[in-house]
Design a protein around this ligand. Structure first.
Ligand code: HPA
Ligand code: ZN
Length: 335
């Protein structure tokens, strides 16, 4: 291992873009399909793994929704979240901000409360037993209607103290942020922080809409912002965090080769870019692998890695007190 690889491996990390349903590893998917009598079109873990070849976001989403259909009980959501936290602790993740997709479950008859209780119980245990702090962000599925998003927001209002923010994910093209202007206005009024996936596959215009109409506090992905110089300058000037996911971009063919990834350019342009795993079970890596692969391909320096990891603390939604702790730990490590 090179010195930079050890530095990355041992570094205390903050994750800001992880879909908990995307951390469902093939082995657990297989076990839960048996536990819950869900028929999957696979007869082995190897067959599941072999199916993970994607040409674009929709290819992935089709398997992602199929995969999450094995999650039924509160215990399933507890086990899923616990496994992600255990792996994250092994990779020195100290704080994580986790997305969940309630509509992916309520649409197939699983109660919002079942999902939320399983996840939050695991997060509490993760804090106690592993020292990982966490926050939960609820995403609306953008391929569904505004009405469905409003109904989901109504449910979240019953559990406001457990959910820090609201986001937007699923099929980007054809489902611009403007489709959800009113529901995000209501979410803001209710005190939720706001994020949205934008510029992953969709055009820079969707990033403008996320900023101007949804009034996001961070952009998830944001890669295609770089096609618009004025937008890029605005993101830099306003210090808007971009939660970038290198292995996801590679697997979903946003970049043909990791050497084409825009992360280095983002750093040079002064954008608040961060490194994240997105859907680690589907894209071949958790936090450490994302850092290692992109650092190698782009020949990133130790200073670049320090900048990226510092950005993650800076644009996180943790309290000022927790941010100060994370920063102090990180600075000790760097020194
Ligand atoms: N983009 C959009 N929707 C998603 C993603 C993503 O990267 N991961 C899970 N749902
Ligand atoms: Zn994502």
């Amino acid at each position: 291992m090179t010195a930079l690889e050890s530095f990355i491996t041992d570094m205390p990390k903050v994750e800001l873009h992880i879909h908990i349903e995307g951390s469902l590893m093939p082995a657990m998917m297989f076990d839960l399909s048996k536990r819950n009598n869900v028929t999957l079109p696979y007869t082995s873990v190897a067959e599941i793994e072999a199916a993970y070849n994607f040409s674009n976001l929709q290819d992935f989403l089709d398997l992602y929704y199929q995969g999450m259909s094995v999650l039924h009980t509160e215990q399933d959501f507890y086990d899923l979240t616990s496994a992600y936290l255990k792996k994250s602790a092994e990779q020195n993740v100290r704080h994580t901000e986790i997305f969940f997709d309630p509509q992916g479950h309520t649409e197939r008859g699983i109660a919002f409360e079942t999902v939320l209780n399983g996840i939050t119980r695991a997060l509490e245990d993760g804090k106690k037993n592993l020292g990982i702090t966490s926050l939960l962000i609820m995403c609306f599925l953008r391929h569904l209607s505004e009405d469905s998003a409003f109904a989901t927001l109504e449910q979240a209002l019953l559990y406001k103290e457990k959910i820090i923010g609201v986001g937007l994910d699923s099929s980007e093209n054809g489902h611009p942020p403007s489709k959800f202007t009113r529901v995000f206005a209501k979410a803001r009024e209710e005190g939720f922080l706001i994020v949205a996936h934008a510029g992953e596959e969709g055009p820079p215009e969707y990033v403008h809409e996320a900023l101007d109409l949804l009034k996001v506090d961070r952009i998830d992905h944001g890669n295609r912002s770089l096609e618009d110089d004025a937008l890029t300058a605005r993101l830099a000037k306003e210090g808007i965090g971009l939660t970038v996911c290198p292995l996801s971009n590679l697997k979903l063919c946003g970049v043909k080769d990791m050497r084409d990834h825009p992360l280095k350019k983002m750093i040079e342009l002064g954008l608040m870019a961060t490194v994240n795993s997105d859907d680690p079970a589907y894209f071949g890596g958790y936090m450490t692998e994302n850092y290692l692969d992109v650092a190698k391909a782009l020949n990133l320096s130790r200073d670049d890695i320090v900048t990226l990891a510092g950005n993650s603390i800076g644009v996180s939604f943790a309290s000022d007190a927790r941010k100060a702790e994370l920063r102090e730990d990180f600075q000790k490590y760097v020194a």
